[in-house]
Design a protein around this ligand. Structure first.
Ligand code: GLN
Length: 423
């Protein structure tokens, strides 16, 4: 397979002979560290970087018997929704020719959709597991913040992101979550008191009496075809014993703006380490430190990454910090409160995962703002640290549609149960 496709590298890491995932294969997003195997983050900056250690999730997967079959293509440093910002070129969508696979974990979703691996790992900062799952017609889970260790994940926006599984079925995704979740001394943000285990056992489809809240704000803006597929899915759930009612999340209109301010601010700080000394290409620039630093970053980063570092640096700078960053944090708290209130009236919340079907290749690159707005339904979940799953729910004009089920903190079993009823 060419470098501009689903995999960036196809080196294997063999798992243990025994374990719950023995003999099964996993493709891993290329921002998750693999000892001895190149980890590029889809960036020229890390094109030759080989980590000396494994991420915790890699240790856990191979310890459970799985074999890693390669590192998958992604938007550069996770910044995008289409996998087109990768320095290695775009990945295809096996479920929709001529369309993007979504992103940023597009290679991971494509690997599962094409049957190149039994499962895949992606990372979800603002939708990057759920969006490609929806666009490629597979299942993706974004766990509650803190359920899965981020040790060995190359950070984009650490307060928002979690590693999560992509798989052909809900039960498969839950089995991978079983393998990778749980506390880790090497990641102080793992926080699992109150968390469940044995997620696979929840994929039993039993939703008798389940109350589903439907946030109006997350449905009314979606394309007509997407809305039709969504409401069909809701009536299927109703016929299996669930009930639904509409709920409102008034703060949601600020979620995309707040997300991008926070994500870009954290990114501008996280990406400062790529300076050509610790990481990145060595350049010929003989000048002073500022010139050498600029030369490395000019060469190593793509356009979208540069845009975000600039905007993030601006939002954090003296005089603007309160105006942008602090305000975004206030909006984040408001979004979390709205969700809390919604869960007083509903067991799970449901929406289309993406308000639109997969973009045509090249379509969204011309207008970054349109691409950011397409994250409207996924980013609120990251702002509130909640778990969510995207499950395939039919098609619109031959293109896959995904339904998103959102749970309260550590409500993974609830959303797995509801998703398995839908599938
Ligand atoms: N599309 C969003 C962004 O570009 C989400 C990316 C992600 O979850 N890594 O930031």
């Amino acid at each position: 397979m060419s470098e501009s496709s689903i995999f960036i590298t196809e080196e294997r890491i063999e798992g243990e002979d025994e374990g719950p995932l023995a003999g099964e294969t996993v493709a891993v997003k290329d921002n998750i560290s693999t000892a001895g195997v190149r980890t590029t983050c889809g960036s020229e900056m890390l094109a030759e970087y080989v980590p000396p250690y494994d991420a915790t999730v890699i240790e856990r997967l191979t310890g459970a018997g799985a074999t890693i079959v390669g590192k998958t293509n992604m938007d550069e440093f996770g910044m995008g929704s289409t996998t087109e910002t990768s320095a290695f070129g775009p990945a295809p969508n096996p479920a929709a020719e001529g369309r993007v696979p979504g992103g940023s974990s597009g290679g991971s979703a494509a690997a599962v959709a094409a049957g190149e691996a039994d499962y895949a790992l992606g990372t979800d900062t603002g939708g990057s597991v759920r969006n490609p799952a929806a666009f490629c017609g597979v299942v993706g889970i974004k766990p509650t913040y803190g359920l899965v260790s981020r040790y060995g994940l190359v950070a984009y926006a650490n307060s928002l992101e979690q590693i999560g599984p992509l798989a052909p079925t809900v039960e498969d995704a839950a089995r991978v979550l079983d393998a990778i979740s749980g506390p880790d001394d090497r990641d102080a943000t793992t926080r699992c008191e109150g968390a469940d285990s044995d997620y696979a056992s929840a994929a039993d489809g039993d939703i008798e009496g389940l109350s589903i809240g439907i946030p109006t704000e997350l449905v009314e803006g979606a394309d007509e075809g997407v809305r039709e597929a969504f409401w069909d899915a809701i009536s299927d759930l109703e016929s299996e014993g669930a009930s639904y009612h509409e709920v409102s999340l008034p703060s949601i209109e600020h979620a995309v703006a707040a997300y991008y301010v926070i994500a870009m601010s954290e990114a501008s700080s996280n990406l400062a380490r790529f300076d050509g000394v610790r990481y990145g290409p060595v350049t010929e620039s003989g000048g002073n430190w500022n010139e050498a630093f600029a030369a490395v970053r000019e060469q190593g980063f793509g356009e979208e990454v540069k845009r975000r570092i600039l905007l993030g640096t601006y939002a954090l700078s003296a005089g603007y910090h309160d105006k942008y960053y602090k305000k975004a944090q206030d909006a984040r708290a408001w979004v979390a409160r709205d969700f809390e209130e919604a869960f007083e009236e509903a067991d799970v919340l449901a929406s289309p995962t993406m308000p639109v079907p997969p973009f045509e290749v090249g379509e969204s690159l011309e207008d970054p703002l349109q691409m950011y707005l397409a994250d409207a339904n996924t980013v609120p979940v990251n702002l509130a640290n909640l778990p969510a799953i995207s499950v395939p729910a039919g098609e619109t004009e031959g293109l896959p549609v995904g339904v998103q089920l959102i749970g309260p903190t550590f409500g993974e079993k609830r959303i797995i149960r509801a998703a398995s009823a839908l599938e």
